[in-house]
Design a protein around this ligand. Structure first.
Ligand code: CO
Ligand code: CO
Length: 376
């Protein structure tokens, strides 16, 4: 890991301390998941051996981990206090107890990430600190993670570029007769060939014909037919940062209503990208895309929110939803992905990854957004 990358963690610890104060928490405890490398630079697999790190107001990070993982703690750009444990699970709770004592958290209010922490870790924590209160504290980390710095945006820009090049390399094989699954396989291969890390943000969604009306369809063995709409939703991973892009294609000429809804979705996507800037709320972006689709009479067929935050997770804050009053700030990154889905017939979605800048937004994805008719 480079020195520049390494020097960011003390700064993030300081910002986290401020968030803990704001949220009236004494500490935050994390287990392996996207927030842990973000705050520590440490990479652990989630396994049957629990790993937790405590971050508290006035104490260096405290780590409970298996002895065989302790080498990972060398060369960090901050001090940690470690409580390693051996292979016998009977002894593990002692390491948790020592860690709680060292950090002075016996009676503390400790934030957890409900989407990440397992019952496994929580049981050890509660046994080690029966008087402590464990409460949701994910907003402390998401407040930090939402605002990307230049290095993070660079990784995301690269993830978008790799994804786009992988799709361009896949398109020549897309023609009537090929199945959704075959396209997804080829796209996955191309993502890896173009430099995506092997852990994909999600398996590519490739949905043709009637399946394209299902926003989260899994690739099937249905062969593409002339006249189908084809929705491809895919992404790459660079240093843990994701891209998440969708484009829609026609397998040869499509019926007029399909071309019409593709036009409306493009207008909605454009409206979202044009209005998005610092100072607006997430809900205002949702309203902007939705208004276009509603005015065109297809409101009932736009069945999901406009987008979601993107970064170390495929879905994270800020969620671009009609009821989200989160104010957009410079560095926040999210998707704009309106769609229209005609049940049983076909759907269109156009998804871009954007980051809020001083001048509005930068779209990290740039492939043409018009319905592209693939001639066989
Ligand atoms: Co997507
Ligand atoms: Co998305």
């Amino acid at each position: 890991m480079s020195a520049t990358k390494n020097s960011i963690h003390p700064k993030r610890h300081q910002l986290l301390s401020e968030e803990l104060r704001k949220h009236n928490l004494d500490a935050l405890v994390l287990n392996p998941g996207p927030s842990l490398p973000y705050l520590t630079g440490l990479h652990f697999h989630m396994s049957e051996r629990p790993v937790v790190v405590f971050f508290s107001q006035n104490h260096q990070p405290v780590v409970v981990l298996p002895e065989l993982e302790t080498l990972k703690l060398e060369g960090l750009d901050y001090e940690v206090q470690a409580f390693p444990y051996g292979e016998n699970p009977i002894q593990w709770v002692e390491s948790f107890k020592s860690a709680i004592l060292a950090a002075g958290l016996e009676n503390a209010r400790i934030g957890i990430e409900p989407r990440a922490l397992r019952v496994l870790e929580l049981n050890f924590l509660q046994k080690a600190a029966p008087q402590a209160k464990f409460v949701p504290g994910e907003s402390c980390v998401s407040a930090l993670r939402m605002k990307k710095d230049a290095a993070e945006v660079n990784a995301m820009r690269k993830a978008a570029e790799i994804a786009q090049n992988a799709l361009l390399a896949t398109l020549p094989s897309v023609k009537p007769g090929i199945t959704e699954r075959q396209i997804a396989t080829e796209l996955t291969l191309q993502l890896l060939r173009h430099g995506s890390d092997s852990q994909m943000p999600f398996s590519p969604i490739v949905s043709g014909g009637p399946n394209s009306a299902n926003p989260h369809a899994s690739p099937s063995d249905r062969p593409l037919q002339a006249g189908d709409l084809l929705v491809i939703d895919w992404g790459a991973n660079v240093d843990g940062y994701f891209s998440d892009i969708t484009r829609t294609f026609g397998i040869g000429p499509v019926e007029p209503e399909f071309a019409h809804i593709a036009d409306i979705v493009l207008q909605a996507n454009t409206a979202g990208r044009e209005i998005a800037r610092a100072g607006l709320t997430a809900s205002e972006i949702d309203q902007a895309t939705r208004a276009v689709i509603e005015e065109a009479g297809y409101g009932q067929y736009f069945t999901h929110r406009t987008g979601h935050g993107l970064g170390l997770e495929g879905h994270e804050e800020p969620y671009i939803r009609g009821d989200n009053t989160q104010i957009l700030e410079i560095g926040m990154s999210f998707t704009i992905e309106p769609g229209i889905y005609l049940p049983g017939r076909g759907g269109v979605r156009i998804e871009d990854d954007v980051v809020v800048t001083t001048g509005g937004i930068e779209s990290l994805s740039s492939l043409p957004r018009q319905l592209k008719i693939l001639e066989s």
